[in-house]
Every structure is written in C-alpha cells, then in structure tokens.
Write a protein that binds this ligand. Sequence first.
Ligand SMILES: NC(=O)c1ccc[n+]([C@@H]2O[C@H](COP(=O)([O-])OP(=O)(O)OC[C@H]3O[C@@H](n4cnc5c(N)ncnc54)[C@H](OP(=O)(O)O)[C@@H]3O)[C@@H](O)[C@H]2O)c1
Length: 345
Amino acid sequence: MSPMSVPKSSAVVLRAHRTDLTQRPSSLLQVAPVELPPLNEGQVRVENTFQQIIAATGDLMLEQPRLPIPPFRIGEPIFGPAIGRVVESRAADRPVGTTVLHMSGWREHSTLGAAETFPVPDGAFPGPEYLLNQGVPAYHGIVDIAVVGTDDTVLVSGAAGGVGSMAAQIAKARGAARVIGIAGGADKCRFLVEEVGLDAAIDYKSENLDDRLTELAPDGISVFFDTVGGAQFEAAIRHAAPGARFALCGVLAGQIGGGDGGFPRLDIMTALVNEIQIRPFSTRHTPEQVQAWNSHYASWHAEGRITFAHTVLKGPLERAITAQDELFAGVHRGNLIVKLTGSST
Ligand SMILES: NC(=O)c1ccc[n+]([C@@H]2O[C@H](COP(=O)([O-])OP(=O)(O)OC[C@H]3O[C@@H](n4cnc5c(N)ncnc54)[C@H](OP(=O)(O)O)[C@@H]3O)[C@@H](O)[C@H]2O)c1
C-alpha cells in the first residue's frame, strides 16, 4: 500500500467516561472515522489484524482509573494490545510486511513510532495472536510475588480468564504440588481440568467455596493468586495454611458489575495467627518482567507444559466493542481476542 492510497480509517472512540460500574462498555464506546496523518521519519502505519480484549479496558474508561497508564480521553481513540502488519514504513528496521505487537490498538490502522512496536517472531507459535497473552503479570505474580515452588498448593481465582488461566498454568509449570482454579460455571471448570490441566476447579456460582476447599485442600492453601477479591478472598483467608502467600492481582468482583469485591473483610486474627503474607502487586511491564516471561513462554508451549487458553471472535471493529461486554459477562474462556475482518467504515 503506498502512502498516498491509505484509505479512510476507523477507530473506537470513548463517548463518555464510565461513571457506574454496571454500565456496559458498549454504551460508552463507538466506532468513528479518523484521519490518518502522513508518517514522520521513524514511524510506521500498522493495519491491525488482532485486538486483545482485557478487563483493564473497563478501568481505563473511568475518569480517574488509578492504573499506572494514562486514562482514555473523551472523543479520542482508546488503546490496548493489538497485532497487525506494517503497511507503510519510514523506519528501516520495520519494513512493510512486518508483523508487530503494539499497544495502540482499537483502530483499523495505528500510526506509531517503530520503537513502540515489537516484531512478532515467525513460527514460534501457531499464530501471531499467541503473543496477545497476559503472561507477564501472571508470571510476575506467581514467580516474583508468590514464589511458587514444588511444595505449594495453589489456588487461583478468575482461573478461566486471561491472567488467571496463565497464572494457574505457570504454577503447574513451576512444579506446584496442586493447582486449584475457581471459575464461574461447570463448563469453565471442566475446561480448566480437562483442557488446561489444573488438578481441580471450583464453580463459585453453584458450589460452596468452604466445602470444596476443605475437600480439595485439607491442609490449606499455601498460595492464593487472586484476580477477583470479595468473597473469594475471604474464603481463601479461611483456608490458608500457615505462612501462606497471597499475590493480589485484581478485583474482578469489583471492577466488573460494581460489586464490593475491592473491599473484602479481612479476618485479621486468622491472618496474623497464620502469618499470611498479603502482597498486592501492579506489573509495570518492565523490560526485565517481559523478558522473564518471554524466556519461558515459547519453550513451555513447545514442550506442551502450557497451552494458550483463548477464544477468537471475528468481525469488524464493532465486534471488539461487543466482545468487551462479553468479557465482562463471562461469556468466553481464556484470553479474548477479536480477529478484525473487513472495514467498519
Ligand atoms: N496486577 C497487575 O499487574 C495486573 C495486570 C493485568 C491484569 N490485572 C488484573 O487481572 C484481572 C484479570 O484480568 P483479565 O484481563 O485477564 O480479565 P479476565 O479474567 O479475562 O476477566 C473476565 C472474567 O472475569 C470474571 N468475572 C466477571 N465478573 C465477575 C465477578 N463478579 N466475580 C468474579 N469473577 C467475575 C468472568 O469469569 P467467570 O465466568 O469465571 O466469573 C470473566 O470471564 C483483572 O482484575 C485485571 O485488572 C492485574
């Protein structure tokens, strides 16, 4: 595609901030036409092919999201992880045709500095979308924060989600004695045991957490990787073994749907008697954190020690907006990705 023939393009734009956590993202986002500026030296134009859908997008729709990332602005395109192909280049190290991963997704075409793009290696995975995973925070939480080892009984909440499915598998790959996932629904629990390889799964929607944890971890859990908060955090405290490490990653029960998951009641006496170490963490995606995950991902995948649990939906940009609603509703399993097909203009 020559610089003169780049077509009119589209982007997903924030119409208004999220003021009520029960609002569906689709009520605040819309696809709008955008102008594509001429490239400056060192820039590339990327035609996006895969858009990753993550929970943090909902946080960034708030006026003051409290994340270590700038929030979305009203009337401007939103952003997030995507993969595409360079279709125009003024950077010698990113020639036309290069497949790249970048953070300026949610648009048909992204215009960005070559240094903000990461070439996707050929052949390391079945498809480039395998790079749209949440392994970096999962690895950081399991390895650096919880320091999972072979003696551990690990409990992971949100285990059928993007971060949780990776965290549970990383714990297995580190040789944890037992990994138990919590997810919503019998299908997701079956998926976690039969396809993702967890030792057991608890359906928090239909099963009693205390009964199941007593049954599955009679000596208590030694690690809790929590993406949910709320009642699941409280149950994990009740079933923690002495010296248990809690890696607090997210509060889906509060971020999605407006529950009070971010404010669980902490039984301090139980926590102090058992000397539970509660460690919230916020992954900065430092080069060291990214490298630590990347140094394992391809080899563990090739050896069959982890799978990339994911769902790929297909459609134009509008499909990414409805997919964000579906992520919140828990409709899909694993990482959620939209394969962008055709133009939405
Ligand atoms: N600390 C860090 O550095 C860091 C970095 C990245 C992400 N995160 C956090 O990690 C968490 C997971 O992110 P993700 O993008 O991978 O999202 P995700 O887990 O794929 O989120 C979607 C899932 O959330 C679950 N869910 C929805 N409402 C829920 C509720 N009320 N209670 C419990 N579960 C609910 C649903 O699973 P079920 O059907 O099983 O309920 C749904 O499938 C988020 O909290 C995110 O902010 C933290």
